[in-house]
Ligand binder design. Structure first.
Ligand SMILES: [Zn+2]
Length: 287
């Protein structure tokens, strides 16, 4: 059964570790992440972007697939199914489809409008036991067509949004989506500390987890980050393993073209990446 992300994140905040949000794209991604979570006795959040939702033909397909896998694979660790960077319209869609958690990203609105819309989503989601993530200060990266230092959130605005009763808060602290540029200045721990003090005990979310050095991840967790989003890193490890298989000509040997064989190295690579992150975040044996 899918669960809201609230309880697992409150536990993580208290226990000073973080739960990984791993974005899914298809069956292999989902199966690899669920299997790794179970093997490591770790809670897990499956993230779905609007684009991935469309790719997988819609949100009800995803709910069916994930719920089916939890049952068929005998998954007993807590699993939340979460909309990543949802618009107002899509937040309502996933609530209807049966997701257990939703991010409403109103960071591109004025703070007043972000508050108004976040409030509405909270009311609807909470009436169904669904957790809500809100965002303050947009997170930079390729999504915006600009690769820069990453925006830094305003502490007072973070407090205003946290006080609405969201379950987790994403705030820009210099982090960005996708690969980090060579000249990246690093995370703004001074800002993170200020946000953490102002919003405690709210679990904080770190987006753009790919390529942040391990010591920075650990420091961020110690300062109140309880959820870390990982997306690009699984894509890179899947692609590298698949490339290796093809370049070695394995698809031309015997039945190496069978998708169950062709996609196996990428599948194992996702599992290895997820395991590594769960160990780094400290969520192993915290189910
Ligand atoms: Zn993000």
């Amino acid at each position: 059964m899918l669960v809201s992300a609230a309880e697992m994140l409150n536990k993580a905040k208290e226990g000073k570790y973080a739960v990984g949000q791993f974005n899914i794209n298809n069956l292999e991604w989902t199966k690899a992440i669920l299997q790794t979570a179970q093997e490591n006795n770790s809670p897990v959040i499956l993230g779905v972007s609007e684009g991935a939702g469309k790719y997988m033909t819609g949100y009800t397909t995803i709910v069916g697939m994930v719920e089916g896998m939890i049952k068929e694979m005998g998954i007993t660790v807590p699993v939340a199914l979460h909309l990543d960077h949802g618009s107002y319209e899509h937040a309502l869609k996933v609530i209807e489809a049966g997701f257990s958690s939703v991010m409403f990203d109103g960071s591109h609105y004025s703070i007043e409008e972000n508050i108004e819309k976040t409030k509405e989503i909270i009311e609807i989601a909470h009436s169904k036991g669904i957790s809500v993530e809100a965002e303050v200060g947009s997170i930079g990266g390729e999504e915006d067509g600009v690769v820069g230092g990453g925006e830094v959130a305003d502490v007072n605005e973070c407090k205003m949004i946290a006080d609405l009763g969201v379950d987790m808060l994403a705030a820009g602290i210099g982090n960005i989506h996708g690969k980090y540029p060579e000249n990246w200045a690093g995370l703004r721990f001074d800002v993170l500390e200020g946000i953490s003090n102002a919003t405690n005990p709210m679990p904080l979310v770190l987006h753009g987890g790919t390529g942040i050095p391990e010591d920075m991840i650990k420091k961020a967790i110690s300062l109140g980050v309880s959820k870390i989003n990982v997306n690009t890193e699984c894509q890179l490890s899947f692609a590298a393993a698949t490339r290796k298989y093809i370049e070695a000509g394995k698809d031309l040997e015997g039945k190496g073209f069978d998708p169950r064989k062709l996609l196996a190295p990428g599948f194992e690579a996702i599992k290895a990446t997820v395991k590594e992150k769960m160990e780094l975040f400290g969520s192993v044996n915290k189910a």
